[in-house]
Write a new protein. Structure first.
Length: 451
């Protein structure tokens, strides 16, 4: 089962919301316990019963009080035999229920001057505590003194958590977290986005790019440092390989040149021609290795060049070879220049390699077509056997050869791809209209065609 990618912003946002809610709930609980204990020491009575009493008082026909107990008050009366209460209003009307302690009956009219009170000792050992609270009702403001009823319990915490103010505070904190934390995290991780952009620039042609430490969180600096050190080691290894190829190619050119000179002095015959072809193959391999080395080390000081002129010159230079081999070669291009930014000699080598490839693998009397388009595309096609679609990627691998032809070393197409990539273009392989292979180089055009 494929898991969704982990989002640091989502994890941190959820975690912070959860922590805030847990801290708030814990604070309410820690604050409520001492309050409950302090209230229990003073009177230990639950004042919710005052509201039940006030809602159960009605006016009689004579203007006095009539008790019509609601369901909650009836339960309290049934569960607490010592429960009693005294109700008065501003006009001095009074209603009692239960065994009201005599001290509470001495001056009941004075209750209207009390907003809230806790009474610890009424002189009755069975019900020593009482509370006084006032409530606004449909029949006016009532003052209630009561005792012997339900006591406080930790169930009040549930009421506190269900309080709209408490729920509103949680919603406010959660909303603030959702709106602020992601932006804070994004600013904190801005450095990681920068190193991701730097990493995207790293390529074989730009291996000197290193990840920046600027604005990177401290926790990620060891990872960035380790990555940069790994790039340093890779660069060192690549440099050693390039030096080896260059040194090997240089060392090979001298004995190959001597070998070719000595072959010229041999009598003509099939063995001489075979040896000359083999030595030419070795020479081509050495030259291609040197080209790869030069491409890797040469600066990116490209200049505007006309790809039409380059392709025309390559076609003209290779026409005699094609004619000698019994093949045909043609060039098709616009009359106006097609300007691209690049290295003329490298682009010339790329097009020449494609033409050589078509002549070498297209078969006897192959017909080669070189075409340049105004949008920067250079197409080299032939009417040979073509290239199997399953091998169109492998042919660009160094030293990969589709046939055992004595010509070439399997480096030409690899060199072509490197040249095109270095020029910001791309190369594709398809089937030509004539049925053979079609190589298309696409280069970015830098200026409109001249007159």
């Amino acid at each position: 089962m494929k898991h969704a990618p982990l989002s640091l912003r989502r994890v941190l946002t959820k975690g912070l919301i959860g922590i805030q809610i847990a801290v708030l709930v814990g604070f309410v609980m820690l604050a409520a316990v001492p309050i409950l204990l302090a209230m229990g020491v003073q009177q230990n009575l639950d004042e919710d019963v005052v509201g039940d009493i006030a809602r159960s008082i009605e006016r009689g026909a004579d203007g006095g009080f009539v008790l019509a107990p609601n369901g909650d008050l009836e339960k309290t009366i049934a569960n607490y035999p010592e429960f009693w209460f005294l109700v008065v209003d501003v006009d001095g009307r009074m209603l009692t229920r239960g065994n009201v302690p005599p001290p509470a009956m001495q001056h009941p009219e004075t209750l209207v001057h009390v907003a809230s009170a806790n009474i610890n000792d009424l002189g009755d050992p069975r019900s020593p505590y009482a509370i006084v609270r006032s409530r606004n009702t449909d029949i006016g403001r009532l003052w209630v003194m009561t005792g012997g009823g339900p006591t406080l319990s930790f169930g009040v915490l549930g009421k506190a958590f269900g309080n709209p103010a408490f729920l509103g505070l949680i919603f406010l904190l959660s909303t603030a977290t959702v709106l602020t934390i992601p932006s804070l995290i994004q600013r904190s991780l801005r450095g990681t986005e920068k190193i991701a952009q730097d990493a995207a620039l790293i390529d074989i042609g730009q291996s000197d790019v290193r990840l920046s430490y600027e604005d990177v969180p401290t926790e990620l600096i060891p990872l960035v440092r380790a990555f940069n050190e790994a790039l340093d080691r890779l660069d060192s290894g690549i440099a050693r390989q390039r030096r080896f190829l260059a040194d090997a190619a240089h060392e090979l050119r001298t004995p190959i040149a001597i070998l070719q000179t000595r072959l010229e002095s041999l009598p003509d015959g099939p063995h001489k021609r075979q040896l000359q072809r083999d030595s030419a193959r070795l020479g081509g391999m050495a030259n291609e290795l040197l080209d790869l080395h030069r491409m890797a080390l040469s600066p990116d000081g490209f200049e505007p060049v006309d790809i039409v002129d380059i392709a025309t010159q390559v076609t003209a230079d290779l026409a005699p070879l094609a004619i000698d081999a019994g093949s045909e070669i043609e060039f098709v291009g616009p009359e106006k220049p097609v300007m691209v930014k690049g290295d003329a000699s490298a682009l010339s080598r790329a097009i020449a390699n494609l033409v050589h490839n078509a002549m070498s693998h297209g078969g006897a009397a192959v017909s080669v077509r070189v075409e340049v388009n105004t949008d920067g595309r250079v197409v080299v096609s032939d009417n040979g056997p073509g290239i199997d679609p399953t091998q169109r990627e492998e042919i660009f691998w160094p030293f990969h050869r589709l046939s055992q032809s004595p010509n070439g070393a399997g480096l030409g197409l690899s060199l072509v791809r490197d040249i095109v990539k270095r020029h910001g273009g791309k190369i594709t392989v398809a089937t030509a209209p004539q049925g053979g292979a079609l190589f298309e180089i696409s280069l970015p055009v830098i200026a409109a065609n001249g007159p």
